[in-house]
Design a protein around this ligand. Sequence first.
Ligand code: NAD
Length: 486
Amino acid sequence: MKNMYVDGSPREAARGNRTEIHDPANGDLLDSVPAADAADVEAAVAAAERAFPAWQGCVANERASLLHGVATRMREHQDALIEILTLEEGKPKVENEEEVEWSANTFDYYAELGRHEVGQVLPPGAPTQFNFTLKEPYGVVACITPWNYPIMLLAWKIAPALAAGNTCVVKPSELTPLSSIYLAEHCLSHLPPGVVNVVTGTGAEAGEPLVAHPSVSAIAFTGSLETGQRIASIAAPQMKKLHFELGGKDPMVIAEDAEPEKAARALAYSALLNCGQVCTSTERVYIPKARAAEFTEALVEHVRGLRLGHGLDAGTDLGPMIDARFRTRVEEQVDEARAKGAELLTGGRRPESPSGGAFYEPAVLRGVDHSMRIMREETFGPAIPLMEYESFDAAVELANDSPFGLGASLLSSDPGKIKRFFEGVRAGTIWINDPLTDNYAGPFGGMRLSGGSRELGQEGLDEFRTTKHVHWDFSTEPKDFWFPYD
Ligand code: NAD
């Protein structure tokens, strides 16, 4: 039985309720966590508020060493973290090894960046003046995370937020809270009490009171567009700082010069990593009409060879989807596309010997168009819809035909096409020949309905700092432009 982590100690829910957490691959009971409500949120925010002045005042070198300490502890506890992630989220163990390493590295990165500078000296307007900016923390930051990368997306928030001098109240997804609690108990417990607090519960019962709390100055949220819109509407009257990483509908364009077998592997990885449950999963694919048959054949052959299974089993390529509700959404989109004329080439069904988990054989479809939901709405599951294009310019236009703008990929070695693509496509990240790869120093985030915030890089730190301009004149002489006017 796990508890929340508030003010450096375990905490039960005020009303005593608990929620069970199950393995998505087979339904096994893993553990239970408190079902928090407003009273628990109140305690966590109060702890974060109390901890804020000392954490803000903590000298940069000491803060850096405490954050490096988080990374060190994560590596010491990596085996346990990897197992918890695999059990509660379902993706293959190898992907969770990467998630933990990425998360630890994020703490190391922001430990250093956080002690680099806290503002700038500006050119003065007169010789007697000194102008500078101070980058200051907001105060208490709410960090609300989804289930698909429970630790990594948390690290992308709390590492820069802490490095900037904020204190945090974390609300993990109700589907995957165990890794966040483990992280707090084993890797964050050397931080002063109250600097990071974790409350567990649903969005409605724990998330909303956190968003609405007047002492929470900033909200860092990763999740769906609909939840982002709801959070924005609650936070708007208080004009809180919002940091949003929302959904996507990422395109991949395969250029005519790409090699079919290599393209098939790049595309399958990009569309099916974590069973297609990545915000930047490739969800729309544009292939050149002239070589459509070759690309399609190579893809179908490769996808047919992928193995579904439990994330802890060696050789598993794809785990289960997190929950049957998400599988239903994929099934509905595939069915609707087929009803409108798309052809299902492989997969698109539940495996014959069900284990109780929401498994789904990855679907490859051709003959799709933009009238279909599968080409317009977020799918967030293992489906690869292929659409043919006549010219590269048409492919760029199709890539831009979406209200989202998170990421976009191109497979090509043609410099002219590459330049046309990275200049012409509206997305926060452009990947050429290496889809879905992140870089600590490279800002990650979206445009339009994907949210306009950035994580990672210098931008990811600045999201958690507010800028103050100090204009200081050493001279106390009255200015000749003050009243009275001549
Ligand atoms: P979700 O929006 O359902 O939930 C995300 C978090 O918000 C959870 O912790 C949930 O409890 C909380 N929440 C829900 N309602 C709330 C409310 N009214 N007030 C406050 N908190 C609330 O998303 P999900 O299903 O967990 O995650 C999948 C979504 O996340 C997809 O749309 C995906 O694209 C998106 N995502 C985006 C990124 C990115 O970086 N852009 C990364 C990963 C996932």
